[in-house]
Write a protein that binds this ligand. Structure first.
Ligand SMILES: Cc1ncc(COP(=O)(O)O)c(C=O)c1O
Length: 386
């Protein structure tokens, strides 16, 4: 097998989940998904499509209706026209990201990734044989922030691709407009591509009126070297459906279409039909999801607030609370002990970057806020025995 594949690290989140899977007494907050099923009307659209016999291959870039619905949604979200010819429908956000990397990264190319981050974003360039560089966010009093000058200095003419995820999984850190402008200007000057993972853009707590997080799309030109990855998973409660999309410079779309042909051929038609309905009736889902997440975040933060051994900050966006365990504790070990000893499932921080060793990620997307409070109580019980 290729060295790049042999050296890939297995997911530490999986390692932990495997320790607790099948145990009904475990309150599991380790995976990045809500415990709420996809709304009925979205599921019905998929059922209707299957009943109508839509069981065939479709266009590589997606159903025209879905590309148009995405274009309409993105244009409204960002108050600027985003033409459907810039949209490629993909089989989930993870597939969108991999396609973008396959299109942009050669073996040996330098890819710079801002970390801590969801492990797929560092694994994908490694699979392609890229030379991976990372730039770490800096923690202070539980809050992670971007050392902007350091990042700008790390982007050189050698940097083929900058990968940045905001709102960030796992830290909740979110880029502000000034940071985006500085990064875009620097990447323009070095010829570096930006791959912006904005799958959590709707899940943003700092703006009123359901406004989304600052996006690179707001400030870039259509033909900038910018690719933005999106997903139906989080804001439409559709993790298991595997549906996402890319926003691309117009010249790139047909090339991505070729790659889709050789990867998956197309997203399933009935899944795409569900996607059209999800977007058409987005107002019935996403604002409610965000409001529930806000309640969950605040309830969890309230319950954890009195525990002096841990440190955390309220996340600006996303669905995770990232907390620092007591000094000197190994996070993977602690996560395993939490599962075995008190039935609490959290993801170890070191799954997201070596510098996040000693941290734990708590996915607070739950329809039952009381589950979060019970989980916090279990953590407190465990900490009290230290
Ligand atoms: C930062 C980030 N990007 C992309 C994804 C991909 O989501 P999906 O493949 O379910 O669309 C995830 C999922 O957890 C994520 O956390």
């Amino acid at each position: 097998m290729r060295q790049a594949v042999q050296h890939l690290q297995a997911s530490k989140i999986r390692e932990l989940a495997n320790a607790g899977l099948g145990r009904s007494d475990v309150l599991a907050f380790w995976f990045g998904e809500s415990d709420e099923v996809t709304p009925d009307f979205i599921r019905q659209a998929a059922i209707d499509s299957l009943q109508a016999g839509e069981t065939f291959y479709a266009h590589n870039l997606g159903l025209p209706e879905l590309r148009q619905a995405i274009s309409t949604e993105m244009s409204q979200r960002h108050s600027l026209p985003i033409h459907h010819q810039r949209i490629a429908v993909t089989s989930g956000g993870v597939n969108a990201l991999m396609l973008a990397m396959q299109a942009l990264v050669d073996a040996g190319d330098e890819v710079l990734v801002v970390t801590p981050v969801w492990p797929n974003l560092t694994a994908q360039p490694q699979i392609l044989g890229a030379h991976l560089k990372t730039l770490s966010l800096q923690p202070a009093h539980g809050r992670w922030s971007l050392p902007l000058e350091k990042l700008l200095n790390s982007i050189t003419t050698q940097t083929r691709l900058l990968v940045i995820n905001s709102p960030n999984n796992p830290t909740g850190w979110t880029l502000n407009r000034q940071e985006q402008q500085a990064i875009l200007a620097k990447c323009r000057s070095t010829g570096t591509w930006i791959l912006a993972d904005e799958v959590y853009e709707n899940l943003f707590f700092l703006a009123s009126n359901n406004h989304c997080a600052p996006s690179f799309l707001d400030i870039a030109q259509a033909d900038d070297r910018l690719v933005v990855a999106h997903s139906f998973s989080k804001s439409f409660l559709m993790t298991g459906w595997r549906l996402g999309w890319l926003v691309l410079p117009p010249d790139m779309t047909d090339h991505i279409g070729k790659l889709i042909e050789f990867n998956t051929s197309c997203a399933s038609v009935f899944v795409q039909r569900a996607g059209v309905v999800a977007l058409q009736r987005a107002q019935e889902v996403t604002p409610r999801v965000v409001e529930q997440l806000r309640l969950c975040r605040d309830a969890l933060a309230g319950a954890l607030g009195g525990m002096s051994q841990i440190e955390f900050a309220l996340p600006d966006g996303g669905m995770y609370l990232f907390l620092r365990a007591p000094q000197g504790i190994d996070d993977l070990q602690m996560a395993k002990q939490l599962v075995c000893e008190v039935g609490l499932g959290l993801a170890p921080g070191s799954a997201f970057a070596p510098e996040a060793q000693g941290w734990l990620r708590w996915c607070f997307a739950s329809k039952e806020i009381d589950r979060l409070r019970q989980g916090a109580q279990r953590l407190e019980d465990w900490l009290s025995k230290l």
